[in-house]
Design a protein around this ligand. Structure first.
Ligand code: 26V
Length: 755
């Protein structure tokens, strides 16, 4: 008994049934604190620091209750008093401290690290505002500040503070912490978020995401990734990055000394995994601290740091590979700029005729990835294909120098959040069929025994149906959106980017709209759901959102089409929405241009929840296809090799493809009178022009194949027994994508922590 009724009486002087959702949330937060107080921590000599500018942790209440093993008990006690845990969950504000996959991966990794009992913390920044809150107005994306730091909070203030020396001033940091509770109370780790007391939301201009970018003391940790489309924005990002890593480095050194390090042996005590290049300044910062604070020679410091830092690459997109002009770094942190110049000199001396691997190029620009590769001991990609591309193409020059540094760690997802917490019905089904061992050791292959059991297939179908109803209710309640729970639910959720090809699916929607207008009525109605934010400065991504919203309106207002096809774009897609959407999906859209999606992790979540994937041979889709077999996935499109070759030879011809008679009328529909009557001419014309003249991410190259495949998929859906059998195989084979497996591999190959 948790005595929630008694606790409510004591704290609020009222009965549970009369307490508000917000009050119950507070009560449960205290309960988690009380229950987790006695959890052990791992005190091993060696400790891992996962330094990341993003941690997309999502809501914490249900996850913490689940990991403490009291979720069901709480749910039942609340129900006895007429309260629903799902409604209490809605009282929690979601911290949006990440953009997408990279930040969510960091959150899954924290869960797995604690669950495996490893000594490892996350380190990042305590942004006061997460990524903007997306609102749609006139079929356009708009921006509202996304405050999340409301009481009650999971965040605990500590007394820890460090001095960070910038060029023009020094700042004192303040450390906040969120506890990370391993499953079944294995160990308790921490997410450590640094902040500045002087930061103030007062400098935000009205209800917007604009603020005074020059006022560093007040804005440093105000926003995640402030817009970097101008010089001030660039500088602010460098300020943020340096602030983050200086604190992380000082923290790691301080704790190593407390555990007995004499600094010369730092690598025995500390391993720092950097999540993409955003924390790469930690390399010169560690060197600075060893040289100036610990009197170690520059050369020895470099050697020490080389054994401490490991780097994960998450993208090959040129625009995301960070490069900063050296004079910007000089302005923000001159000592760091000087160390980077010395590191560059070492590399130039060793590889004078290999400018591709220099740290500072001929334009005086610092390549962050190059610092991380030369002066870290491990470089990993995040799926088998991605790592191959790094070795063979993008980082070939480095692979030739350091073949042994390169390794692959295919991404994973935590099954605690993405199955147990978000899909309780499927969890119970699996528990009944194969027991509960998989909660710790994610092997679901025994489920394959159910493939020929009609009863099991029937049950699985009913679970999917119930999850569709649950989604429909949730959307009705929270977003005022109605969807048909008896339709095929087909979902494309992720950041909006041309390479992810939301626009290719939009062209399919146009195809389907026209087909229905011509009398080709689908047997089962179809609901296509999008979700995702576009970066504020990314014009074509805004245009893609606009096209989809305009199409959605056109279809909804057309009585010939709307009973058979619905298109919804979920506003402000985030982790909480994903937890409702993914369990309800029949179809998972993973249609990026081959070679461009480093891994994807949404693809794994859908598979685990029994959706069938429409996939290009990209990222971890390749590994999903290998595991489930071609008969249980719908693959299409040009191979990664072909796409890489097209880019190398500059041989892609968008215009040529556009003049294909099957394609032209679909693309031209973007600027049709029907759409222009609803949408904005400028957005529609710009997107149309971009697709026919440039189409840099090749939406047209796979379009015909995609359309044919989509038709086949919807047809296959009509045979529910076969369909559900395929879904079962997907669930059964998803074990490989548990982040526990990923973290075990990081630990075996890179971190080498004792548990
Ligand atoms: C770069 C930039 C540069 C401009 C400012 C905003 C910004 C934000 C993030 C990034 C890095 C993007 C890298 C990234 O998110 N990669 C994703 O990582 C996932 C986890 O490994 C992976 O599943 C996705 O395929 C990959 O796109």
């Amino acid at each position: 008994m948790l005595n929630l009724e008694e606790k409510a009486k004591k704290q609020f002087n009222k009965s549970l049934k009369d307490a508000s959702e917000q009050e119950i949330y507070k009560l449960l937060l205290d309960l988690v604190e009380e229950k987790s107080a006695a959890m052990p921590t791992n005190e091993s000599k060696r400790k891992m620091y996962y330094v990341s500018s993003e941690f997309l942790i999502g809501k914490l209440l249900s996850n913490n209750l689940l990991n403490l093993g009291i979720y069901d008990e709480v749910k039942e006690e609340l129900a006895k008093h007429g309260k629903s845990i799902e409604e209490v969950e809605e009282a929690e504000q979601e911290p949006s401290l990440g953009n997408g996959g990279l930040g969510r991966l960091a959150a899954c990794f924290l869960d797995s690290t604690a669950t495996l009992g490893l000594n490892g913390d996350g380190v990042g920044l305590n942004y006061h505002f997460g990524l903007f809150r997306q609102v749609f107005e006139n079929n356009q994306q708009n921006y509202r500040p996304d405050a999340w730091l409301a009481e009650p909070t999971w965040l605990n203030k500590t007394d820890t503070s460090f001095t960070v020396p910038f060029g023009k001033f020094t700042l004192e940091s303040k450390l906040y912490e969120i506890e990370v509770l391993g499953y079944q109370q294995k160990t308790k780790n921490k997410l450590r978020l640094f902040d500045l007391e002087s930061v103030s939301g007062d400098i935000i201009k009205e209800d917007s995401i604009h603020f005074d970018k020059e006022n560093i003391k007040e804005n440093l940790t105000l926003f995640l990734y402030p817009d970097d489309s101008d010089r001030q924005g660039y500088l602010l990002r460098i300020y943020q990055q340096y602030f983050m890593v200086s604190n992380a480095a000082q923290l790691a050194i301080q704790e190593a000394v407390e555990r007995g390090s004499n600094i010369h042996d730092l690598a025995e005590y500390v391993i720092i995994q950097i999540n993409d290049t955003h924390p790469a300044f930690i390399i010169p910062e560690l060197i600075r601290l060893l040289v100036y604070k610990h009197d170690i020679s520059f050369d020895e410091s470099v050697e020490i740091v080389k054994n401490v830092v490991a780097f994960t690459n998450h993208t090959i997109l040129a625009e995301a590979l960070e490069k900063w002009p050296i004079d910007y770094i000089q302005e923000v942190a001159p000592e760091i700029a000087a160390i980077i110049q010395r590191l560059d000199a070492l590399i130039k001396e060793e590889y004078p005729h290999n400018p591709a691997v220099h740290v500072i190029d001929g334009h005086q620009t610092v390549h962050m990835a190059h610092i991380a590769i030369h002066f870290g001991f491990s470089v990993n990609g995040v799926s088998a294909l991605h790592t191959e591309i790094l070795k063979e193409t993008e980082l070939k020059n480095f692979y030739e120098i350091y073949p042994n540094k390169f390794n692959n760690k295919t991404n994973g997802i935590t099954f605690r959040r993405w199955l147990m917490a978000s899909n309780p019905m499927l969890t119970e089904f699996i528990d009944q069929k194969i027991g509960t061992n998989w909660h710790q050791d994610a092997d679901l292959t025994k489920l394959l025994d159910e493939a020929n059991d009609e009863q099991s297939i029937q049950e699985l179908q009913e679970i999917k149906q119930s999850n569709k109803v649950r989604l429909a209710n949730h959307l009705e309640r929270t977003k005022d959106v109605s969807i048909n729970p008896n339709s095929i639910i087909d979902i494309h959720i992720k950041r909006i980017h041309e390479y992810k090809r939301q626009q290719m699916l939009a062209l399919y929607i146009i195809y389907k709209y026209k087909a229905i207008k011509d009398g080709h009525i689908p047997e089962t109605p179809i609901t296509i759901i999008y979700g995702g934010k576009a970066a504020p400065a990314y014009t074509i991504a805004q245009d893609i959102i606009h096209l989809i919203l305009t199409l959605s309106e056109l279809i909804a207002n057309d009585p010939d089409v709307s009973p058979h096809l619905q298109v919804e774009f979920i506003e402000n897609y985030n982790v909480g929405e994903a937890e409702y959407l993914i369990p309800a999906a029949d179809i998972s859209e993973q249609i990026s241009l081959a070679s461009k999606e480093a891994s994807g992790t949404g693809n794994m979540k859908f598979m685990l929840n029994g959706a069938l994937t429409v996939a290009t041979y990209d990222g971890a889709n390749v590994e999903i296809a290998e595991l489930v077999g071609e008969e249980n996935i719908y693959t299409f499109g040009k191979s990664s090799d072909e796409i890489v070759r097209l880019y190398e030879e500059d041989a892609y011809d968008a215009e040529g493809l556009y003049y294909n008679e099957k394609i032209k009328h679909l693309v031209d529909f973007i600027i049709s009178d029907e759409l222009k009557a609803i949408g904005n001419q400028e957005n529609l014309h710009r997107l149309h022009h971009d697709i026919i003249s440039k189409d840099y991410f090749m939406a047209l190259i796979d379009l015909e194949e995609f359309i044919n495949l989509k038709e086949e998929v919807y047809e296959d859906y009509e045979n529910q027994e076969d369909w559900t059998r395929k879904a079962l195989v997907n669930i059964a084979k998803a074990g490989f994508f548990s982040s526990d497996r990923t973290i075990e591999q990081y630990n075996d190959d890179i971190w080498k922590l004792e548990n």
